[in-house]
Design a protein around this ligand. Structure first.
Ligand code: OSB
Ligand code: MG
Length: 368
């Protein structure tokens, strides 16, 4: 395969309702879609999941634009690519910048699968044709949170995650738990606690949570291991797991029982699969994390979630969770708590070009 052309679309879309985490409230989502075109005219799509500002990781839409235009795209343009996994070595001398790398790598996975006339999920040896849906409630107000949870439960979502932070934790979860005693419920702190909060974190064991996600700092694999010894509830690491090596360290130190895998955070589908395989060997559960993404990334997440180890419902919701109209066609939908994985070649969704053009703020063509 030889990529002759890359189109960059920088896009911006308002969320239906603001989404709050301990770190940031997102009202409008900026993002980037990459279209790669090979020598035969086949097209593949990838999404760069960085935000406008570096609140979740260091990358931003602008740093990704720079990395892609000046360094990463030139490494693939008009080069013979045997397999998408080869990009890992081709990109290896550029440190970090995982979301930029993942956007390009996933676009090439899409075009590669289309050239082989196979769905992406079968190319990566997925084992299931539908994936359980999960949703995240990012609201500050308890009444509002319970209303949202009850409507998602009516829609069949099988797992709900709520965002917590100091001051919005014990009482918040207590009220939610008494409203839905049997729901698979979990909490994500986005690294807003320290070991000084150990008593508070232990008290959350009262609520039979599925897990508590990223309670401590991003670079605290050691302190998470101290905390995990004190908690009954499994810790799930998100921000702390950037590389395969991070996952290995976390497993060695017993820092968590679960890892949330995000294709963007770990630098592409190849790395996501490598971490998945490592976790399976070591009895660590995994699920697919979300990034308030558009349809292209959702489609890649869906394919990844068909791998055997993804037994827990991820942050994989319908297109209409965040968007009035998504940039893919058809829209991602949840039926009976499940999302069907398409059987067309590649990611299995078409681009909704009307919508893509409507939300595009900048476009650029790079060719050889
Ligand atoms: O911490 O998992 C997170 C969204 C953006 C950045 C970080 C996180 C999230 C979510 C997932 O919680 C939201 C979603 O896409 O469903
Ligand atoms: Mg998280």
């Amino acid at each position: 395969m030889r990529i002759h052309e890359v189109n960059i679309f920088i896009i911006k879309m308002p969320l239906k309702t603001p989404f709050s985490t301990a770190l940031e409230t997102v009202i409008e989502r900026e993002g980037m879609i990459l279209e790669v075109i090979d020598e035969q005219g086949a097209k593949g799509y990838g999404e760069v999941v960085a935000f406008s500002t570096p609140w979740y990781t260091e990358e931003t839409v602008k740093t990704c634009y720079h990395m892609l235009k000046d360094l990463l795209i030139p490494l693939v343009l008009d080069k013979h690519i045997n397999h998408p996994n080869d990009l890992y070595m081709a990109f290896n001398h550029i440190r970090g910048n995982h979301m930029a790398k993942a956007g390009l790598e996933t676009a090439i996975w899409d075009v590669y699968s289309k050239l082989k006339s196979k769905p992406l999920w079968t190319m990566i040896n997925g084992v299931r044709e539908e994936v359980p849906a999960g949703v995240v409630v990012g609201t500050e107000n308890i009444k509002n949170a319970i209303e949202q949870i009850s409507s998602y439960m009516e829609n069949g979502y099988e797992r709900v995650k709520v965002k917590i932070k100091p001051g919005k934790d014990y009482q918040f979860i207590k009220e939610i738990r008494s409203f839905c005693p049997n729901l698979a419920l979990m909490a994500d702190a986005n690294s807003s606690y320290t070991l000084n909060d150990i008593e508070l974190l232990k008290s959350l064991d009262d609520f039979n949570l599925l897990m508590i996600e990223q309670p401590l700092a991003v670079d605290d694999i050691v302190e998470h291991s101290i905390l995990q010894k004190e908690l009954k509830t499994p810790i799930c690491l998100d921000e702390s797991i950037i590389t395969y090596h991070d996952a290995k360290s976390a497993i060695q130190l017993n820092s968590c029982g679960v890892i949330n895998i995000k294709i963007g955070r770990v630098g592409g589908l190849r790395n996501a699969i490598a971490i998945h395989d490592l976790c399976r060997k070591n009895d660590i559960q995994v699920w697919c994390g979300g990034m308030i993404e558009f349809g292209v990334s959702r489609a890649h997440n869906l394919a990844l979630s068909t791998k055997e180890g993804f037994t827990i419902p991820g942050d994989l919701s319908a297109s209409n969770r965040f968007w009035e109209e998504d940039i893919i066609s058809p829209q991602v939908e949840v039926f009976d708590g499940k999302i069907k994985v398409p059987n067309q070649p590649g990611i299995g969704f078409d681009i909704n070009f009307n919508r893509l053009h409507q939300v595009t703020t900048y476009r650029e063509n790079i060719n050889c």
